[in-house]
Design a protein around this ligand. Sequence first.
Ligand code: FAD
Length: 535
Amino acid sequence: MKKSSLQYLRTHTNIEKVIDGIAPELLKVGGDGGMPYGIFVETVEQAPIAISITDKKANILYVNEEFSKVTGYQAADILGENESILSDKCTPRHVYYDLWHAISRKKIWQGQLINRHKTGGRYLSDLIIAPMLNDNGDITHYIGMHRDITESYEAEKKVTNQKLLIESVINASPIAMVVLDLEDRIILDNHMYKALVSDLGKGEPAHYFLQLLRAEMGNLWSQLQEQQQGFSNREFRVECKNQHTARWFSCAGNWFIENEVNADAFFENGSKPYLILTLTDITQQRRQMEELHIQTLRALMAEDERVRGIRETLLGAMHQIQMPMNQIHAAEQILKHRNDSQHSSLLDILRQIQQSGEQAIATMQNCIPEIRQSAVVPVNLNCILHEVLLLSGQRLLSHDIVVEWQPMLEVPTLLGSENRLRMLFKQLIDNAIDAMAQVDSRERNLKVMTGSNAELVFAGIQDTGPGIPREKRAKVFEPFYTTHPGNNQAGMGLVMVKEIVNQHHGVITIDEDYQQGCRFVISFPVHKKPQRGLS
Ligand code: FAD
């Protein structure tokens, strides 16, 4: 076989010319008719790649052993045949055109073709064709070298397909996903994640949420990372730029290890941890919950207001009784000092009135209902004000009041009672609505904002009503003082406000500089969070 292939080559070409330049010690003449037979020939024969030599028309003059293995054709079957015998006839014509265009211009061509094995099976061939030139530089032969790359191609294609499949599954996911390395670099993300980049206006969303997660988890974050333990259901409220309502996201994370693929890790396995972070938009569920919550709050606050109404009525009545009682007490003292027996019966009557008055006050005192207490917890002022605005929505609408809601994006918490703080702000907003409702012509604008510095978190409630005259500003916090007495108002609202502010170690002021109406500024100490660890 080996012999016949070489013999065929010898008959059809001047092989001696080819071996002219080879050192004599590398060539030794074989014992079969002076055929040149040496290391070079043996090298081509045994080369682990299918080699063929053709004439200028691609008629096969020589094939090596590997060629027979790859194509299934023995030398005797194929010598004298054209290389096109290998063609499966499904390779596009332009491939052959390019092939011949290159090699006929004395260039090397490399590409992939579909070949047909002698037994009929297709295989993918990775082929290199090089022209062989004579002394004049003319093409005399072509040498073809090819490998069957079907298996490696299929394996590569499978990996690519799998990657594409994973990518399309990840991309089709309605949940934003992002993979990060240890340096917080984004390795992979999906369409939903990309949409968040522009929607949230927070720069790189992954970095924004990582910051929130690390701040919330403290030491727990690095402990989970070390132990490769995932986390889930970490919910965050996100104030988005250019959007009136906040959005809610539930974050989950899982660390996974990937084997390194660079050359350094070829002999020694190396691996790197990655974090897959999923961000689920739960705004809709939150809104539904919020609606239910607001309904519950409405009912609770209605009850609170009823209790407050009763308290104020009783306190007002006690206050009113107390005044004549004081006068009676004064009259009694005067009569006592006169020591006049003539008025002793009057003195008795006054004492009886005094006693029954005190009894009436004591009875009323006992009837004052208790205000509902709630737990002291870290409170987000934005949430409280947002709820109060929702609770007041109907009133604001019916008075054509435009609301300007300017929450600070990441407002620190304060320690307090949500229920009481809600009452406080509801009272201030109700007052603002009442004040603006008095003014017919002016624009009705309610601005609610939050802010903070290192020590304080504050809220501003500002209206475009008639404002409170400078001389009355201190008095409005006194019991039973009202700027519009005809309106059936007991004048206890701001007393309650002040009381709640005091309970939270806060301060309430009326902004002196604000001229377009009234502006209350309420500030509270910031709640400093203790660091949490893994327990
Ligand atoms: P063909 O009619 O043979 O050729 C198609 C087109 O190729 C023609 O339209 C023409 O543009 C061009 N062409 C053909 N012959 C020449 C020529 N002598 N000079 C200039 N242009 C020409 N093909 C394979 O399918 N598998 C192989 O493994 C393979 N190995 C090859 C190895 C070598 C060393 C060489 C030189 C060629 C090889 N070929 C191989 C190409 C092969 O010779 C055919 O051109 C190809 O198979 C197409 O065959 P065909 O019968 O479909 O079309």
